[in-house]
Every structure is written in structure tokens, then in C-alpha cells.
Design a binder for this molecule. Structure first.
Ligand code: NAP
Length: 298
């Protein structure tokens, strides 16, 4: 049976992955804030303008699309920007999610909310599972955590997906992800100062998206963590990227996070464990080298 899915913030890295991996039975409509619809190329997917901070606008979009499923991606996700613009981060990530939740309630939709490893403080060296108590170090993580609470208390059928750091090819003009940033720097022969004392298990946008569709297809509810197989520091990660894309590693310089005094605080171990999703859908992410090789062939 065809199901109508509304995806907020579709012209994004994760949105691109969701479009690429969507099972045929889902009919997608997306929303954008600033990007023109042409960003979606020839996918044929309809895009509607939406600012999630405007309550009436989301109700209107839902009335037009009549979805049974809403995937809420729209967010201000730049961690350092959020740290300096708390009220904007709260308006979009928290109040915006409240607007989406209220509208989803009226339409009785299955709501999928995208959250982040940034809800944790990163003191646990072996990573976090879904039962661990979140406590965020930065504004972005705090807004995501508060929004999770709204979703949980909504009485809707809900799914919260927490992601580690995503990488992949994002649409033109979308926010750079760590790999697209590293590739720009490597291509320009600029020195890359990469930290050796912050760790994550990054995941490519296509693997994450496939897993999200499988969770949705099974109509699963609750919280699920998605991350990659390998844990790396940014320094190790940059060297792997250079290797996969044929760049020299000579300009990649190890530094400690103390060098970047103006950046938002980040967890030392931004690592998510994935046992729950492995059991639920047989999730098996590629290792980092396989993930990067997959990206370098596209
Ligand atoms: N990327 C990661 O590593 C990562 C990790 C964990 C969780 N997440 C979460 O996963 C989701 C997708 O992340 P992403 O990195 O692929 O995308 P992103 O760069 O966070 O972009 C999100 C989208 O939100 C839209 N947006 C921003 N403010 C809005 C507003 N006021 N109203 C409506 N739309 C608005 C943007 O639209 P325009 O481009 O049209 O302006 C953009 O398409 C986000 O919720 C993010 O927080 C991402």
C-alpha cells in the first residue's frame, strides 16, 4: 500500500540519502526553507516552502500533503552556530518541533524525529546505548534533547533516531559535512589541523537512510541509535579520507581540541552503540574504509 511521507528539511545530507534509498511504496513530499526546489534535480519529488517556526504554515503543508508519516529533519544543526545563537536554535529545533508535533497530532501521523549523539556528554569511552541517561554539553544537543521529550510525550506513534556524525555527498549549497569539508581542504592544498582527542563512529548517509526506512517499514517505535562500525578521531578519519580519495596526508596535522578555544564544547566520545537496531532490522554498517570507498566511486 502506498503511503504518503512528508519530510521536513529534505534538501540536506540525510534527505538526499532518504530520497536515494526510499522504498517504492513511500510517496515522498519534502519541504525546504532557503534552498530552491531545483536542488532536487529530476527526482520528481515535490518540495513545498516551510519555516517550522511558523505554526500555521506546518498545518497548511500537512493539509496539502495529507501524510500518514512525517520525518522531521528540519533543524539548525551547526553545533558552533547554535552555541552562539541559542534563541534561534531553540526557536527552530525546539519550538519548531513542537509545531510539527502539534500538527502531526491533528493528522494522527507516525512521527519520526532525527536526534543526535550530541545529547550525551561523551564521558563513556565505550559509547552510549538507548538506555543511557542523556546530558548534553552544548546548545545544539540541549535543544535536540528537549525536542525528544516533546516527541515522547506527544501520545503519537513516534520513533526517535539518534545519529552519530553523518558523511556523504550533500546537495549543492547544503551544509558541508566533515568529509566534504576535508576534501575541499585537501584539494586546495591547505593545512588541516585535526584533533586526536575526540572520537566518533561516523556513518554514511546512505547506510543510515536505508536503516531509517527499514525502521519505518516495520512501524517500529521508541529510540534507536545509528552509527558506524569504526571509532576514529578526526585525525585518523582525515587520514583515511585522504587515502580513499588519493590525496597526500602530509598536510594533515595532529592537534588537541584545546587549540580550538572558540568552538562549542563537544563530547570526548561521541559514540553510539547499535545493538538495538542490529537486533531489530539486522543492521550491519560498512566499516569506514568500505564506506569511504563507496563514496569515492560516486
Ligand atoms: N549531519 C549530521 O551529522 C547529523 C548528526 C545527527 C543528527 N542530525 C540531524 O539529522 C537531521 C538532518 O541533518 P542534515 O545534516 O542532513 O541536514 P542539515 O544540514 O541539518 O539541514 C537541515 C534542513 O533543515 C532546513 N531548515 C533549517 N531551518 C529551518 C526552518 N526554520 N524551517 C524549516 N526548515 C529549516 C534546512 O533547509 P534549507 O537548506 O532549505 O535552508 C535544511 O534542509 C537534522 O535534524 C540534524 O540535526 C544530523
Amino acid at each position: 500500500m502506498t503511503e504518503k511521507v512528508l519530510i521536513t528539511g529534505l534538501p540536506s545530507l540525510l534527505g538526499t540519502g532518504l530520497i536515494t534509498t526510499a522504498p517504492k511504496r513511500f510517496h515522498l513530499t519534502g519541504t525546504y526553507l532557503t534552498s530552491p526546489p531545483s536542488r532536487l534535480g529530476n527526482t520528481g519529488i515535490k518540495l513545498l516552502p516551510l519555516n517550522v517556526t511558523e505554526k500555521a504554515a506546518i498545518a497548511e503543508v500537512i493539509q496539502i500533503v495529507k501524510p500518514t508519516i512525517i520525518i522531521h529533519l528540519a533543524a539548525v544543526s551547526d553545533i558552533d552556530y547554535c552555541q552562539k545563537h541559542r534563541s534561534e536554535a531553540e526557536a527552530v529545533n525546539l519550538a519548531g518541533t513542537r509545531n510539527v508535533v502539534e500538527a502531526a497530532k491533528k493528522a494522527d501521523c507516525y512521527l519520526i524525529f532525527m536526534s543526535s549523539v550530541m545529547v550525551f556528554d561523551g564521558r563513556k569511552g565505550d559509547g552510549y546505548d538507548e538506555e543511557d541517561k542523556p546530558q548534553s554539553l552544548n546548545v545544539y544537543g540541549q535543544t535536540k534533547l528537549a525536542a525528544e521529550e516533546l516527541v515522547k510525550q506527544s501520545n503519537l506513534k513516534w520513533l526517535i533516531v539518534r545519529l552519530t556524525t553523518l558523511y556523504g555527498w550533500q546537495p549543492k549549497r547544503a551544509r558541508l559535512n566533515p568529509i566534504s569539508w576535508m576534501l575541499n581542504e585537501l584539494a586546495a592544498d591547505r593545512k588541516l589541523e585535526m584533533v586526536t582527542d575526540r572520537y566518533t563512529n561516523p556513518i554514511d548517509n546512505l547506510t543510515a537512510s536505508k536503516a531509517i526506512w527499514q525502521l519505518i517499514d516495520k512501524k517500529l517505535t521508541g529510540i534507536y541509535h545509528i552509527g558506524g562500525q569504526d571509532v576514529v578521531s578526526r585525525y585518523e578519519w582525515a587520514k583515511a579520507v585522504a587515502g580513499a580519495f588519493g590525496y597526500s596526508t602530509k598536510l594533515i596535522t595532529p592537534v588537541t581540541s584545546g587549540v580550538f578555544t572558540s568552538l562549542a564544547p563537544r563530547p570526548k566520545y561521541a559514540i553510539l552503540k547499535t545493538e538495538r537496531i542490529e537486533k531489530a532490522i539486522g543492521y550491519r554498517p560498512p566499516n569506514l574504509v568500505e564506506g569511504l570507498q563507496g563514496m569515492s566511486k560516486k
